[in-house]
Design a protein around this ligand. Sequence first.
Ligand code: ZN
Length: 111
Amino acid sequence: MEAKYQIKKITVNSEIQELQISWADGHHSRYPLEGLRRACPCVFCQGGHEKMGAPVNPEIFLEVSDRNRSITRIQQVGNYAIQIFWNDGHNTGIYRYEKLRSMCPVENGVI
Ligand SMILES: [Zn+2]
C-alpha cells in the first residue's frame, strides 16, 4: 500500500477533542472528534446499505457540539482500517485508512 495510506502513529487528544494521525508519507492529520463520530462509516450511521461508501464531505469537521466525545479504544482491523470505540457506546464503525486520509480536514483545507 502507498505510504500515503499507511499509519505510523495514532493519538487521541481528549483535551482538544482531536484524533491525530501521522502517516508514513509525513503528513499529519487532525480530526475533530465530533466530525469523526458523525462520519462513522457503519451502515446504521450511513442510513442504509445503498449509502455505504459515499465520500465524506470534509465540512463535517466544522460541526460543533457541546457533547463531550471521547474514544475509549481503537482497534486495528487487518492492515487497512481501524475500529473506533466511542464513549457513547457505539463501536461498529470501521474506518478504512484510505477513507480517513481522503477526509483529512487539514488536507481539505477545512481546519
Ligand atoms: Zn456508526
